[in-house]
Design a protein around this ligand. Structure first.
Ligand SMILES: C[S@@+](CC[C@H](N)C(=O)[O-])C[C@H]1O[C@@H](n2cnc3c(N)ncnc32)[C@H](O)[C@@H]1O
Length: 354
């Protein structure tokens, strides 16, 4: 025995944990299928329902739905009543899995997990070679999933808490300011802020052209195309000057040249403008990340964020970058201050000033 005596109880507890993780991992693609086929929404609407009723209502095959429901009940994602042999959804399950407008909505996460899982072979190779995997090379569900995963948190906190936490920015945007959203993806954050500040102008930049196309369509759908412009641009070269606010939502740590991005942000700001850097919640010591949030973010970081930066020869800050690594990056771009001004269980919000 390499490491001494085996404690049988500890071994059984560990094996139990791993079996739970096998079940959780296999339930992830099933939850993705449930979302795509509208199974959760239908069950919330017509439940309590038998597998046959749910299948008939959704135009799916009963044999698959029957198996899916057992997995979902064992996952705690739906309820099962043995007395009636019917499945249903509690109000909490329905809110989190079907209501995209709710801050509790988690649906986007299943798209992210599905897409990141498909990167496993490329990342295994990168462990050997030291290479990486670009954001744009992932399964496209990553882009959609990221938008859907982050939007509920932005909707709950961005306008209500994060912008008011910045130095004088809320008043500027109310009066009429100019905002750049760097690495904007599908533009969820840009559109949320634009709706809140009708006197201001907004520019979203991302170097992933398909995301910019989607963001433009979203601005059009929201009737905001006159005040919200999306352009394909690299963070270290985006156009414009005299921005009152330059924002980075969950992207600085992904970048190949985050110092260059900070430098460009600093140069583009009005004299008393601010940069807002929103980053995943992480600790300043490894042991502070040994929890479910740290598990999720370090996993996503290995499969996606760190890999994107390393693919570009970057520093690989990653999703669990410490405050001090982020500070060094941002100050390295010419900012003179960098402070944590707000936080949630899932995000750190920093403000940088020239
Ligand atoms: C995790 S996604 C976040 C997207 C969006 N900000 C959000 O919160 O939903 C990271 C984004 O950063 C973009 N990105 C990464 N490096 C970039 C760079 N150097 N210049 C511009 N965008 C970049 C990616 O294309 C991607 O859309």
């Amino acid at each position: 025995m390499a490491n001494g005596q085996i404690d049988e109880a500890k071994l059984q507890a560990f094996l139990g944990r791993v079996v739970g993780d096998f079940g959780a991992a296999l339930s992830m693609p099933l939850a993705y299928i449930g979302l795509k086929l509208g199974l959760y929404g239908a069950l919330a609407e017509i439940g309590p329902a038998t597998p046959a009723e749910l299948a008939a209502h959704t135009g799916t095959v009963e044999r698959y739905v029957r198996e899916w429901l057992i997995n979902q009940a064992a996952s705690g994602y739906v309820e099962y009543d043995p007395a009636t042999a019917r499945y249903s959804m509690s109000p909490e399950q329905a809110l989190a899995l079907t209501d995209e407008a709710s801050p509790a909505y988690v649906g986007g996460g299943f798209y992210v997990v599905k897409a990141m899982s498909r990167a496993v072979e490329r990342i295994e190779e990168a462990f050997r070679s030291g290479g990486g995997l670009l954001w744009g090379e992932h399964d496209p569900d990553l882009f959609l999933g990221t938008e859907r995963f982050f939007r509920p948190g932005y909707a709950a906190h961005l306008v209500a808490e994060w912008i008011p936490a910045l130095n004088g920015i809320e008043a500027k945007l109310q009066k009429g300011g100019i905002v750049a959203d760097i690495g904007c993806g599908h533009g969820a954050s840009t559109i949320l802020i634009a709706k809140a500040y009708p006197n201001s102008q907004f520019y979203g930049f991302d170097n992933h052209a398909p995301s910019i196309e989607r963001a433009r369509a979203a601005a059009e759908e929201a009737g905001l195309s006159d005040r919200v412009t999306f352009e394909t641009a690299n963070a270290s070269e985006f156009p414009g000057e005299w921005y009152d606010l330059v924002a980075f939502f969950d992207c600085l740590h992904d970048m190949g040249d985050p110092v260059g991005a900070a430098r460009r942000a600093c140069a583009s700001l009005a004299t008393d403008g601010s940069a807002m850097i929103v980053e995943p919640m992480a600790g300043n010591a490894v042991e502070e990340n040994i929890n479910p949030v740290g598990r999720t973010y370090s996993g996503a970081s290995t499969l996606c964020c760190t890999a994107n930066s390393l693919a570009l020869g970057g520093p690989g800050l990653g999703a669990v970058a410490t405050d001090s690594a982020l500070r060094e990056t941002v100050l390295g771009g010419g900012f003179s201050s960098f402070d944590r001004v707000a936080e949630t269980p899932f995000n750190r919000i920093f403000e940088a000033r020239r």
